[in-house]
Design a protein around this ligand. Sequence first.
Ligand SMILES: Cc1cc2nc3c(=O)[nH]c(=O)nc-3n(C[C@H](O)[C@H](O)[C@H](O)COP(=O)(O)OP(=O)(O)OC[C@H]3O[C@@H](n4cnc5c(N)ncnc54)[C@H](O)[C@@H]3O)c2cc1C
Length: 370
Amino acid sequence: MTLPRSTDVFVIGGGPAGLAAAIAARRRGFIVTLADCSVPPIDKACGEGIMPDGLAAAQSLGIDLDCAGAHAFRGIRFCERGISVEAVFPKGHGLGLRRTTLHGMMVERAAGAGVRVAWGARVTGITEEGVIADDQLVRARWIIGADGGQSPVRRWAGLDACRHDSRRFGFRRHYRAAPWSEFMEIHWSDGCQLYITPVGAEEVCVVLISRDPHLRLDDALPQFPEAARRLRDAESTTLERGGVSASRRLKSVFRGRVALVGDASGSVDAITGEGLCLLFQQAVALAGALEAGDLSLYQVEHRRIGKRPELMAALMLMLDGRGRLRRRAMRAFEGHPSLFARLLAMHVGELSRFDSMTNGLALGWHILTL
Ligand SMILES: Cc1cc2nc3c(=O)[nH]c(=O)nc-3n(C[C@H](O)[C@H](O)[C@H](O)COP(=O)(O)OP(=O)(O)OC[C@H]3O[C@@H](n4cnc5c(N)ncnc54)[C@H](O)[C@@H]3O)c2cc1C
């Protein structure tokens, strides 16, 4: 597509966040142009698990992810040193969906909604008037930075200031193996986790995540004997792909006519499996704020949307760093499965604040008195 001279909304980045924001803005009647320097289908290191609240958030944008090619899972299982605890989602199911399939679906949905998309077009700057894409000025009333964790738009708009910023490193590979459980599994070890998402009748997605940028899947697998046994004879179907999992909260997600969405606007650790859910919710909130002509409304909503995933990420990262505490927590979950079920309900937003607090206190008590 040739870039237009002007548009209502210019979205920079055509990953899930940019596409979701573009679709949401189109649904509010804006003329929307999107540019991405890559060409679909765009792949990325991702655990490819979408929680039930993420499916509901996508649905609110008119995106039905329960499509052919997605694999449903019923809940989450934690495993460490022969202990295994699991819980079923209180409502609905999660989905394992190959990143390229998700991207293809969203591209189609954006085209159907009337978003004007320029693939292979690099944005090199923003000005008072609009966006410089492929050396050409496109005038825009609103500019949305959806250009990922390393967001140049964030820097150009002077929004880099953080309240919190830490990093882990993820490596992903697919294996040809029939999923052996109806759960998304998180295998714990000291300083790293392996999480395994069923993404097809004959395929699983495996992600290793740690603070060590040099630790690769093959080196780490012996730390996870159960998973290693399952994957021993399975052929890998993709090359290992790495990515940064940032825990980042920005001081502000907008300035003037520029707003950030998705990983550009901050993120929670990948182990929560909440990245996609967050960006779908942010896209809806951002479109509402554009319609109201007031991006400060988006700032408030963005903060509200991020609170629960941030809390869950903090809990998971506490378990990552403290082996003894984690093993006591695993034993508490094993002895009292309802504690784990309620933690999962909290994770997907199905537990009240009061019940979340009492569950936290009960878990603390069981850990102390084991
Ligand atoms: C290891 C790992 C595992 C994860 N697992 C999960 C999971 O299981 N479930 C989950 O929900 N989330 C998971 N996440 C998080 C999720 O992948 C991210 O939240 C999500 O990909 C963010 O999408 P985005 O559109 O914001 O950014 P991106 O997908 O990074 O898209 C940014 C786009 O911007 C484009 N771009 C950048 N600069 C420019 C420019 N100058 N001009 C034009 N285009 C530009 C890029 O080409 C890219 O297409 C995981 C993350 C990691 C790292």
